[in-house]
Design a protein around this ligand. Structure first.
Ligand SMILES: *[C@@H]1O[C@H](CO)[C@@H](O)[C@H](O)[C@H]1NC(C)=O
Ligand SMILES: *[C@@H]1O[C@H](CO)[C@@H](O)[C@H](O)[C@H]1NC(C)=O
Ligand SMILES: *[C@@H]1O[C@H](CO)[C@@H](O)[C@H](O)[C@H]1NC(C)=O
Ligand SMILES: *[C@@H]1O[C@H](CO)[C@@H](O)[C@H](O)[C@H]1NC(C)=O
Length: 384
């Protein structure tokens, strides 16, 4: 009886020790992790060993419970596994593997198994969610009447149900423009049909507007409806430009005083400066008036008053600066003086040419006479 009882106690102690051993030989691994698509990602597991235990092998299983990688610690040559993963450096009793480039198929639960001697294997699990962000171009500008392309992209088309593009006007009104859903054609809302197109892609979405109208200005939201992660969106804003076509007009207001107007209709309003013969000095400050037009453009009039005498001496130009132009447009006021100058130059050139040909003729005739004389003289001397 005594022997039996002590045996029981012994067994109980053994059991407790074994359970403690189980606890001590625990594997710690993060339960859930988010891995950005198309980037490398490292998974880590660590084991806490009991005294006397040795780590013989570490194995990693992928989402299908297939061996992803296995190795014997301290032996680099023992590493074997799939090509898209590699062993990362890690502290003792920790194992780290790196997925070189995370893809949609890498989503799922990974198991790390530590084979301990003599106690057996301990395992841990980490579940990976592959994520992506919606990326957009920077804000854009388009010239009215031309074409504008707005792009959005999301790295996990497999998770996308549909893409919706919305337009929010500068006044805050929001309307749907177009959408594209899995297994269907791009849909363009009636007000936009014929001048808006949407690419048939669930990853790289491109909204094209041609011709761009002033009302197309505002911000566009591309919204990706994803299964697991809900809606994901991003915003890109479009500014529409109307380029200026400046004109200059002038009239004499009183004797010897001319009033000149430089006018430009554009969006956004142009900046007008006057330039006097490569010098930017203006003769008296010009007066600028801005008149907003009903269609979103602005008429800018810059009025300059000058002494009529100045116009004869120097070139007066109106320079129109606009965000949509690479260089300012220059309109000269001295068109009449310009033509007079051209005529003067032409007349001078013709006169000069005439004089030159006359000189040439005279010189040639003179030389020929001389030449004839020499020839004749020589002939006569030979005859003699
Ligand atoms: C992998 O094994 C675990 C148990 O170890 C199981 O719960 C899971 O369903 C298995 N996964 C697959 C894809 O077979
Ligand atoms: C784009 O434009 C909007 C509104 O015009 C502005 O709030 C936002 O900061 C701009 N974004 C960038 C990246 O310039
Ligand atoms: C210039 O514009 C003003 C209006 O801002 C107008 O009253 C004036 O007649 C214009 N002058 C010329 C020369 O066109
Ligand atoms: C005008 O010209 C002066 C020198 O001639 C220069 O210092 C100044 O920056 C110029 N202003 C502009 C607006 O170009």
């Amino acid at each position: 009886m005594m022997i039996q009882a002590s045996c029981w106690i012994y067994l109980k102690v053994c059991l407790v020790l074994w359970m403690v051993g189980q606890l001590q030989g625990r594997v710690t691994a993060p339960e859930r992790l988010e891995a950005p698509v198309e980037k490398p990602f490292t998974l880590t597991c660590s084991v806490s060993r009991e005294r006397g235990e040795s780590l013989r092998q570490v194995r990693w299983l992928d989402v299908q419970n297939q061996t992803l990688l296995s190795y014997q610690p301290g032996n680099r040559d023992s590493v074997s596994g799939q090509h898209h993963v590699e062993l990362a450096s890690s502290p003792k009793d920790t194992s780290a593997i790196t997925i070189r480039r995370v893809g949609f198929r890498d989503e799922g639960c990974y198991t790390c198994i530590f084979d301990l001697h003599p106690t057996g294997s301990k395992q841990g699990q980490t579940c990976l969610t592959v994520t992506s962000q919606v990326t957009v171009d920077s804000n854009k500008t388009a010239v009215s009447g031309k074409r504008a392309s707005l792009s959005c992209s999301y790295g996990l088309p497999e998770k996308v149900q549909q893409i919706v593009w919305k337009h929010t006007s500068p006044q805050g009104e929001s309307t749907e423009v177009a959408s594209f859903a899995k297994r269907s054609d791009p849909m363009i809302e009636p007000p936009y049909q014929g001048r808006v197109w949407l690419s048939a892609s669930l990853s790289d979405s491109q909204l094209t507007i041609q011709p761009v109208a002033i009302q197309d200005e505002g911000c566009y939201t591309c919204l990706y409806d994803t299964l697991a992660e809900g809606p994901k969106s991003s915003v890109i804003c479009l500014s529409t430009y109307v380029l200026p076509k400046p004109q200059v007009s002038y009239k004499t207001i009183t004797a010897g005083v001319i009033e000149a107007n430089c006018t430009s209709v554009s969006r956004p309003p142009a900046e007008i400066v006057w330039n006097v013969e490569r010098d930017n000095r203006t003769m008296g400050p010009p007066v600028t008036t801005q008149l907003p037009q009903g269609d979103g453009t602005t008429l800018v009039i810059s009025t300059l008053t000058v002494q009529s005498g100045l116009l004869k001496d120097v070139s007066v130009k109106c320079l129109v600066h606009h965000k949509g132009l690479e260089s300012p447009i220059a309109v000269s006021m001295n068109t009449k003086i310009g033509t007079a100058l051209t005529i003067l130059i032409s007349v001078t050139t013709v006169a000069a040419l005439l004089v030159m040909s006359l000189c040439f003729c005279l010189w040639k005739c003179f030389l020929r006479k001389e030449g004839k004389c020499v020839k004749n003289c020589r002939q006569t001397s030979e005859q003699v």
